[in-house]
Ligand binder design. Structure first.
Ligand SMILES: [Zn+2]
Length: 587
């Protein structure tokens, strides 16, 4: 590798960018060449496993070893550059939403050797509006704040050579920028450069950035909720089905994004080093694998007044994925782990009135689960309606209980696709609150984030939102208005900078199929249309809490005039209309 570095440095280059590595830890992509076999045996003292036996520590160590091959490669290149006193920067394409999410762990482990993270976002047209911004936040967390270059491809969907719409390009590039990244526009095919509409769209955004870059260069994201994106838990808890964990996490992200709270991702290493003080609420969505250090820091964090939200099997494993008898966070959450309630469907029943279940009535049943889209060898996705069976240390903290289904499935739909009606209420709590020191903790025994990610139903969204507000109190800034825009807020020296990006598009995704394996619908599935039109939205309120606001102005347009209204400790800034994008400075 050092030869190649020497060779490229002979040319007048600014950086080395390593495109998507295919050397990933999963067994189906594993390399069994002599170098790997011998290296594995030398480092771990055992021959390389040929099948994925997740239950053994040996296999999990071997899995980690493959990550280390990548990390050491990056380290060697970085050191070579240093030795040659080169100012060439080293970039790595993590493709954060691809490769089953694994490369995020490479970024986290190699954060000291990488200068720039290239967050390729080629699947953006298959993902919710806001995906590029999400991938920037994720990459910032994984890399410990290294510069993130995030891409909007020129092509429509993926693996095509058809150009997308100028709107998709403008909004995609802005998404990268509002989340704290630097937008890259990827050309790929020479045919694209012939289309002047595309260059015009790029030009608009880069001109905006030129106006704004002095403001954003030292901007610090306003912290309120930190959602743990736990690489360890995805690997050790998710195993061959990492989406089980990732869905839990992303459900929280998109629920809170829709309610316009300031949100960030955090990495396992942030918990390990205890860099948590900026956050008012931490979300541990099925974060199964935690280190002892992380647990210690979380206890301190709550004692000092922080809010902690945990779900399902959070902290059931040590950092190497070994299953434990009790949840490491049991004391903090006010529960004792007794086992798992294994059930195809379940319900939760509200036991009492509480801020967390505001809008629900006492005794109300909420369905817990979803049907499987494959529907071949099972009716429901793996473990989706399961609950951790826990015992509360104090009955008083229990807000809802787990209710078992009367039967395995309901009778209304063919092949048992529908949910069964509710059966017996159990003693097992579904939602538990606890107090420790100055802080609060809240626990969902099931996977609320995963169910929300799959179904998008408002009951789950409301509970997530209520829970976060109960734990964190009034956010320093938030927005009210339709769901379909993103607010991203930053602290400057003595002002706040707020991006507002409108996601109100024409209906983007037109067709899918209720079942992924059978020919059912009469048209082709997976038709995706690009954003062709942005519908302006009205009457957005920015709510600033706990600080004085003297002046508000737009950084993009001179004619904008936004009213300020004071209500006690709250200042409300009225934005009568949002077209595509606005940036506001609050002084
Ligand atoms: Zn090899």
């Amino acid at each position: 590798m050092s030869k190649e570095v020497e060779e490229v440095l002979k040319y007048d280059i600014d950086g080395i960018l390593l495109d998507s590595f295919r050397y990933m830890p999963d067994i189906e992509g594993a390399c069994f060449c002599n170098f790997c076999r011998e290296g594995h045996e030398k480092d771990l003292g055992i021959s390389m496993p040929t099948k994925a036996d997740w239950n053994t520590l040996v296999y999990r160590k071997s899995f980690l070893w493959r990550y280390k091959i990548n990390v050491e490669g990056l380290k060697r290149i970085k050191e070579k550059l240093k030795n040659m006193s080169s100012r060439v920067v080293l970039g790595y394409n993590s493709h954060p939403g691809g490769w089953r999410g694994r490369a995020n762990r490479i970024i986290e482990m190699a954060r000291n050797y990488i200068d720039v993270v290239f967050a390729e976002c080629s699947e953006t047209d298959y993902q919710p509006p806001g995906f590029i911004a999400e991938m920037v936040r994720l990459s910032l967390a994984m890399s410990g704040g290294k510069p993130v270059w995030a891409s909007r491809n020129s092509f429509h969907t993926c693996l095509t050579t058809t150009c997308t719409s100028p709107i998709a390009i403008r909004q995609g590039l802005r998404e990268a920028f509002i989340a704290g990244g630097w937008p890259l526009y990827l050309v790929f095919s020479s045919a694209y450069v012939q289309d002047p509409r595309i260059t015009k769209a790029i030009n608009v955004v880069y001109k905006e950035i030129e106006k704004l870059e002095d403001y954003v260069i030292d901007a610090r994201p306003i912290r309120y909720v930190g959602i743990l994106f736990s690489n360890k838990s995805r690997d050790w808890g998710g195993r061959d089905t990492p989406e089980i964990i990732t869905d839990c996490i992303r459900g929280f992200y998109y629920a809170l994004l829709a309610r316009h709270l300031p949100l960030s991702y955090i990495a396992d290493s942030d918990l390990d080093s205890g860099k948590l003080e900026d956050y008012r609420v931490l979300v541990l969505a099925n974060a199964q694998s935690l280190s002892k250090q992380a647990v210690g820091h979380l206890v301190d964090y709550v004692k000092k007044g922080g809010g902690l939200l945990a779900t399902y099997k959070t902290s059931i494993m040590d950092e190497y994925g070994t299953q434990l008898d009790d949840l490491q966070l049991g004391g903090l959450l006010g529960i004792r782990y007794k086992g798992e309630i294994n059930t195809p469907w379940s319900y939760i029943k509200i036991r009492k009135e509480h801020k967390v279940v505001e809008g629900f009535s006492k005794g109300q049943l909420i369905l817990w689960g979803d049907f499987d889209r494959n529907f071949v060898d099972r009716r429901v996705p793996k473990d989706i309606a399961n609950h951790a069976y826990v015992e509360p240390k104090e009955e008083e903290g229990v807000i809802a209980n787990v209710v078992l289904p009367l039967e395995e499935f309901g009778s209304e739909y063919e092949n048992g696709r529908s949910p069964p009606v509710a059966g017996a209420e159990t003693e097992a709590p579904a939602i538990v609150t606890n107090h420790l020191g100055e802080g609060r903790a809240l626990y969902f025994s099931g996977q609320i984030g995963r169910i929300f990610w799959r179904t998008g139903l408002v009951d789950y969204l409301s509970m997530i939102y209520n829970a976060v507000l109960w734990l964190g109190g009034k956010p320093p800034i938030s927005a009210k208005g339709p769901e379909t825009f993103e607010m991203s807020a930053y602290e400057l020296d003595d002002s706040i900078l707020v991006h507002l990006l409108n996601y109100t598009y024409n209906q983007r995704i037109l067709t899918g199929s209720p079942s992924t394996h059978e020919k059912f619908v009469f048209c082709s599935t997976h038709s995706i249309h690009p954003a062709r039109e942005i519908i302006p939205i009205h009457d957005i309120e920015l709510r600033v809490y706990g600080r004085e606001v003297k002046n508000v102005r737009s950084l993009l347009r001179d004619d904008a005039n936004y009213g300020i209204e004071r209500r006690g400790e709250m200042t409300i800034i009225n934005i009568p209309k949002l077209q595509e994008y606005e940036v506001i400075l609050i002084e």
